[in-house]
Write a protein that binds this ligand. Structure first.
Ligand code: HSE
Length: 430
């Protein structure tokens, strides 16, 4: 039996998917049993390779309503019409494969509930970390583990920018402009550089890792715009690099919170497995009991990587339909129904790095030490370089592990010191 796919979107990813089906040789033996029967595009005016023009339509609704279609593959991106098309496909009893992290991170609860009711699959390997098979691993291969922590470089654009800054000493603005010219960053880079894309992916990964739904708005998020070449220089000197990390871990809070999830630029020691992930590559480190540590890395975006994940999902659905046509494979669903209780950022306990500009006068270091001490913030390292300019001294401190609340209170006290000029950067340390 042949299974019919309705492909919504023929951009970079859609074309990548079509190309895999055109050339099944040496790939999974189920590929010839899958037919891309209809393709929905925004405009028919564009020249298309990889697909016969008689199956292409601008009428996306017609595809999700077509009784002949078994699996709808959504690779158009954005919230609408993607979300409505996914829900309509499910309502029509179709299985869905999507690469849409934005829709899943915001509307996953509604989509999974509808899928459960209709007994259909919603697959989303491509929605987080592109070609890295981490969703499948969390849903199936690591099923025997109690996951305690998931940490990842889940955004390629920011990793590219931070890697260039690290290796070339370049500044953020110049590196972003170059990344935009090379096509690694969007004209509007907000989603990537301000951490929204990473937060979407962390919401998806954390809910699979920890078994509870995650509300996107509960994820603490900071981007990388404030990182300067000076911070990269200090990081190197101290034996660290700076990466935009997504961090999710189980906690046992004073309140009933059970998870900590945050996305922010992080100083990480050079010997950490994520420190040597450079360029647009993504990586996810998972800690579980009993497995210990496992690290996945690979291409997080791009036609080939994302299409690889989408096609794997289609194959999984077809294999499940062939072997158990009237039942849902439990390993392919999303059983979680409760929401995680995410701890407020103030509860986080971590080390901090701060770069401060002060007037170059006697007693400044003493004032800083007193302010930190007053709020129980113990220091691990303090570095003072030369006078920077206009009589200002640059002082860098690294704290021991302290509560975010205490640290922020100390910073508020320091901001009141007459000798302080500014605090250009505060970073958390892994
Ligand atoms: N903009 C994303 C990134 C693409 O840089 O990782 C994949 O989601």
């Amino acid at each position: 039996m042949t299974y019919k796919v309705g492909l919504l979107g023929l951009g970079t990813v859609g074309t990548g998917v079509a190309k895999i089906f055109q050339d099944p040789n040496g790939r999974h033996p189920l590929l010839p049993d899958i037919d891309i029967a209809r393709v929905g595009v925004r405009s028919l005016n564009k020249q298309r390779e990889a697909i016969a023009s008689n199956i292409v339509t601008e009428d996306l609704e017609a595809i999700v309503n077509d009784p002949a279609i078994d699996i709808v593959v959504e690779v158009i991106g954005g919230i609408e019409p993607a979300k409505s098309l996914i829900l309509k496909a499910i309502a029509n009893g179709k299985h869905v494969v999507t690469a849409n992290k934005a829709v899943i991170a915001r509307h996953g609860h509604e989509i999974f509930a509808a899928a459960k009711e209709k007994g259909v699959y919603v697959m989303l390997e491509a929605a987080a970390c592109g070609g890295i098979p981490v969703i499948q691993a969390l849903k199936q291969s690591l099923g025997g583990n109690r996951i305690t922590e998931l940490t990842g470089i889940v955004n390629g654009t920011t990793n590219y920018i931070l890697s260039r800054m690290y290796f070339e000493g370049a500044d953020f603005d110049a590196t972003l402009a170059e990344a935009q010219q090379l096509g690694y960053a969007e004209a509007d880079p907000t989603a990537d550089v301000d951490g929204y894309d990473a937060a979407d992916k962390m919401a998806i990964l954390a809910s699979l890792a920890f078994g509870d739904r995650v509300k996107l708005e509960d994820i603490y998020r900071e981007g990388i715009r404030s990182i300067t070449s000076a911070d990269i220089g200090y990081a190197k000197e101290l034996g660290f690099t700076i990466k935009l990390l997504g961090i999710a871990r189980r906690v046992e809070g004073k309140d009933d919170s059970n998870l900590e999830i945050r996305v922010h630029p992080t100083m990480i020691p050079l010997q950490h497995p994520l420190a040597n992930i450079h360029g647009v590559t993504n990586a996810v480190r998972i800690e579980g009991d009993p497995i210990g540590e496992v690290v996945f890395s690979g291409p997080g975006a791009g036609a080939g990587a994302t299409a690889s994940a989408v096609v794997a999902d289609i194959i999984n659905v077809v294999a499940a339909l062939k072997s158990m046509p009237n039942q849902v494979n439990q390993l392919m669903g999303y059983p979680h129904e409760n929401y995680a209780k995410i701890a407020p950022i103030a509860n986080t306990v971590t080390q901090f790095y701060a770069r401060l500009l002060t007037h170059d006068k006697s007693g400044v270091i003493g004032d800083l030490g007193t302010a930190f001490g007053k709020h129980c913030v113990s220091l691990n390292a303090i570095l003072q370089k030369t006078t920077v300019h206009d009589g200002l001294a640059e002082i860098v401190v690294v704290t021991q592990r302290v509560s975010e609340l205490n640290f922020q209170q100390a910073i508020a006290t320091i901001r009141e010191l007459p000798t302080l000029h500014s605090i250009p950067t505060v970073l958390r340390v892994l």
